[in-house]
Ligand binder design. Structure first.
Ligand code: UDP
Ligand code: MG
Length: 327
């Protein structure tokens, strides 16, 4: 263990947050100072175009524990979290949004939970979403339903990116070779023992949302494609369906032709369109199957993580060392 390792790293991605930043620091600093443990506050400036960076560097002058990491350009909330995870030195790492929707006071509850329950992950779970709009609530519910299916695991509903993880989880996440990871899915997928702390999500304290519609869509696409090749296989099923339908069409068209009720040229047109359509979809589906295999092998995720080995049981086992054991 390095001597410069603080007990806690708090990672905050910020994109154009000049309005909320002073409030955030005013509330965060007394809280962190009062925890009675060593800490670092890592603000990842995700390519802000406003005065966020200036304000950060100013604040860091008389706040030794404030660490400013700047990304060259706007890379997105998840990428900013990845950067924070790589840089964090703490024994525990908390991720939190800058807009004070996640109350910083809950961090103290996270720390109590992780110590009392001997877990590696503590999820912050929203106990009510009344501060969100109807649209946000509905789309969020659809998102979590779908994700539970895809990840094939219980993922905590309404857990965003406000959580605490142990060093073992940080190392495990950092050693995943894939790009474009979605933290709220990858962390449950890893399967470390976890607990939940309920909290009430507040309104954004100042400024406007930095999650544009296109960024939300991006997150949804990343979420689906990181865990499932099902969309690629859609063409196969459509092709099979089309094949069956075209069988019916062919018979129908021939019957109509033989009973002499068809216009010249109609039969051959129907045959060509339906049969060729089905063949094309099937071929696309076949391509999809191969692309799916390539995709899965290019993710290079570990096949399993070992949680316990009696041979190595010295009271404290490490998950991260075993992460490279692919079959
Ligand atoms: N954020 C970021 N990069 C982006 C978009 C957002 O670092 O491209 C940060 C933002 O500064 C905030 C957090 O991610 O700290 C969550 O964003 P926001 O609160 O705007 O999302 P919402 O709560 O509206 O879903
Ligand atoms: Mg927010």
């Amino acid at each position: 263990m390095r001597t410069d390792q603080p007990a806690l790293s708090v990672v905050v991605p910020m994109y154009d947050e000049e309005q909320v930043l002073p409030m955030f620091f005013a509330r965060m600093r007394p809280l962190l100072d009062g925890l009675g443990i060593t800490y670092e506050l890592i603000v990842v400036d995700d390519g802000s175009r406003d005065r966020t960076a200036t304000l950060l560097l100013e604040a860091a002058k008389d706040w030794a524990q404030l660490r400013v990491v700047r990304l060259l350009r706007n890379s997105g909330h998840q990428a900013a979290q990845s950067a924070g995870f790589r840089r964090a030195r703490g024994e525990y790492v908390v991720t939190i949004d800058a807009d004070l929707q996640d109350p910083p006071e809950v961090i103290a509850e996270f720390l109590t939970a992780v110590r009392d329950q001997d877990v590696d992950v503590v999820y912050g779970v929203r106990s009510d979403r009344s501060s969100d709009t109807w649209l946000k609530r509905t789309t969020a519910r659809m998102y979590y339903r779908l994700m539970c299916r895809l990840v094939g695991k219980e993922i905590p509903f309404d857990a965003g990116d406000f959580r605490l993880v142990s060093r073992r989880v940080v190392d495990a996440v950092n050693s995943l070779p894939e790009d474009g990871r979605v933290f709220r899915l990858v962390i449950p997928w890893l399967g470390f023992p976890s607990a939940e702390v309920k909290y009430v999500r507040a309104e954004r304290a100042a400024g406007t949302t930095k999650y544009s519609f296109s960024k939300m869509l991006r997150l949804a696409f990343d979420s689906v494609t990181a865990f499932s090749a099902a969309p690629l296989r859609l063409a196969t099923w459509l092709g099979l369906l089309g094949g069956m339908l075209s069988g019916v069409f062919v018979i129908g068209a021939l019957v109509i032709k033989l009973t002499g009720r068809s216009i010249p040229g109609w039969t051959s047109t129907v045959l060509a369109v339906s049969v060729i359509g089905a063949i094309q979809l099937l071929c696309l589906g076949l391509l999809g199957e191969y692309v799916a295999r390539l995709f899965q092998s290019s993710q290079r995720r570990p096949q399993f993580l070992v949680g316990y080995d009696s041979l190595e049981d010295h009271g404290h086992h490490t998950f991260a060392e075993t992460i490279d054991e692919t079959d």
